[in-house]
Design a binder for this molecule. Structure first.
Ligand code: NDP
Ligand code: MG
Length: 416
């Protein structure tokens, strides 16, 4: 299979040409977990960055504060109903305020050297794609972009000659471990998973887990959607798909290991038996700083790795019986035909339904699987080649998943 798909780390190779002055950054999802860590790195690296624009979802006060603290030129909120609050919070600052879907895209398109794509979920697809299409280097945290519309993103990056720098810790570790390796010499890429809060729980206990329990991640502090995804290992499934598109490597050469300490984030095994790996303390500021200053290295206040203090590193195979969401995601990658797009959409609806206590934790994977199977069976599924097509497939899948949640249709499906 070697060489069947071309690894795309070559698209990351060229350094930014703007290394004389500060690098200007747009932060999409500025008020979230990744957004705040990005702000922390920017603030700490005095004089190295300017902030062209920030965008957020629904919190005008938090967004206005972020815009002021970072000296941004433009602040865009996705929720148009809260425009007046944003405008008021920015009054007298000279920072331009805007709201609505188009405003977030406008933020993505403000002149900049790099766009940090850190909106949660599929809401990030359009603005991130707009930035890529305008030739911006994209630091990609939002994995849903590639799961929903991977082929379109990768094709557009190649067409525009732009880079997608991986912020996701596993992909960033693999990117660093790859160096300038010849893709054909790679036997396997391994992504590690912490195993989340339910790593040692029985299947029965996991099935009954509450949102509070799922939101208590042992190693990482992240937004709610990715934290629930991590608890069921769906996050790792999304990440395998992300790696498939990002590095252009087929599923057979992608592996997952559960590694409770979250110290070794990704590994690359070569055909001569050598293995390189990316290690760091579990602190997202490490991969964020790597991307923001790539190919240079910043001095940061990120947590340092103390291996002696960690003591032991353990690795185990994922248990598909207790964590069926991982299998559902891998099946979607194998099925192709738009299944990753459908799976991603169904998962967003299912995670929301779980967080609002409509369904049990167990039901998340069942609901996603049911949506994928039904869409693949009725002949409507197809590989979406454009972002518009991917979003249309995403929309249909959401409607289907919602129909399974409706009380009349859900008998026998959504159970506790
Ligand atoms: P959060 O939920 O903490 O933050 C999400 C951000 O997106 C918030 O600023 C939110 O604003 C904003 N937002 C939501 N909807 C919109 C919209 N329509 N337009 C503009 N902004 C919007 O998520 P995370 O920071 O945890 O995750 C962000 C992305 O990064 C996800 O795709 C995740 O998978 C990925 N990632 C995260 C990691 C982490 O450690 N957190 C690690 C690796 C990847 P508001 O709060 O106002 O709604
Ligand atoms: Mg990750």
């Amino acid at each position: 299979m070697a060489g069947q798909a071309k690894l795309r780390h070559d698209t990351f190779d060229r350094a930014g040409a703007q290394d004389d002055g500060p690098r200007s950054i747009v932060i999409l999802g500025a008020t979230g977990s990744i957004g705040k860590s990005t702000a922390d790195i920017i603030t700490g690296a005095k004089g190295s960055f300017t902030v062209a624009a920030v965008a957020g979802g629904r919190d005008p006060v938090a967004l206005a504060k972020m815009a002021r603290d970072l000296g941004a030129g433009f602040a865009a909120l996705a929720d148009p109903a809260r425009y007046a609050e944003l405008k008021e919070a920015l009054a007298g600052t000279g920072i331009k305020a805007a709201a609505g879907r188009e405003a977030v895209i406008e933020a993505a398109l403000q002149p900049s050297d790099m766009v940090m794509a850190a909106i949660a979920g599929t809401a990030g697809v359009e603005p991130t794609y707009a930035a890529l299409s305008a030739g911006r280097t994209v630091a990609l945290a939002n994995k849903e972009c590639l799961v929903c519309a991977g082929p379109a993103f990768i094709r557009q990056a190649a067409t525009m000659g732009t880079r997608l720098l991986p912020v996701d810790s596993e992909h960033n570790a693999i990117f660093q471990a790859l160096g300038d390796a010849d893709p054909d010499t790679i036997e396997m890429m391994t992504l590690t998973a912490s195993g989340g809060p339910f790593r040692t729980w029985t299947a029965e206990a996991i099935a009954r887990a509450t949102p509070e329990q799922a939101l208590k991640h042992p190693n990482w502090s992240m937004g709610p959607k990715i934290t629930v995804d991590s608890a069921g290992l769906m996050n790792k499934g999304l990440e395998v798909i992300e790696a498939h598109y990002l590095f252009g490597i087929e599923a057979a050469r992608l592996d997952v290991l559960v590694h409770a300490q979250s110290v070794v984030h990704g590994l690359v095994a070569f055909r001569d038996g050598s293995v390189t790996a990316g290690l760091a303390a579990p602190d997202m500021r490490v991969p964020i700083a790597h991307c923001l200053s790539y190919p240079r290295r910043l001095t940061t206040g990120a947590r340092r790795l103390d291996l002696a203090a960690v003591g032991q590193l353990t690795f185990e195979r994922p248990d598909f019986a207790r964590f069926p969401a991982l299998r559902v995601a891998l099946d979607a990658l194998a099925a192709g035909n738009g299944a990753p797009t459908i799976m991603n959409a169904a998962n967003e609806i299912a995670v929301q339904a779980f967080l609002s206590r409509q369904i049990s934790f167990h039901d998340i994977a069942r609901l996603v699987e049911r949506t994928c199977e039904a869409a693949l069976a009725d002949g409507t599924a197809h590989e979406p080649l454009s972002v518009a097509d991917a979003l249309a497939v995403d929309h249909m899948a959401r409607e289907r998943t919602r129909s399974y949640l409706a009380p009349a249709a859900s008998s026998g499906m959504v159970t506790n």
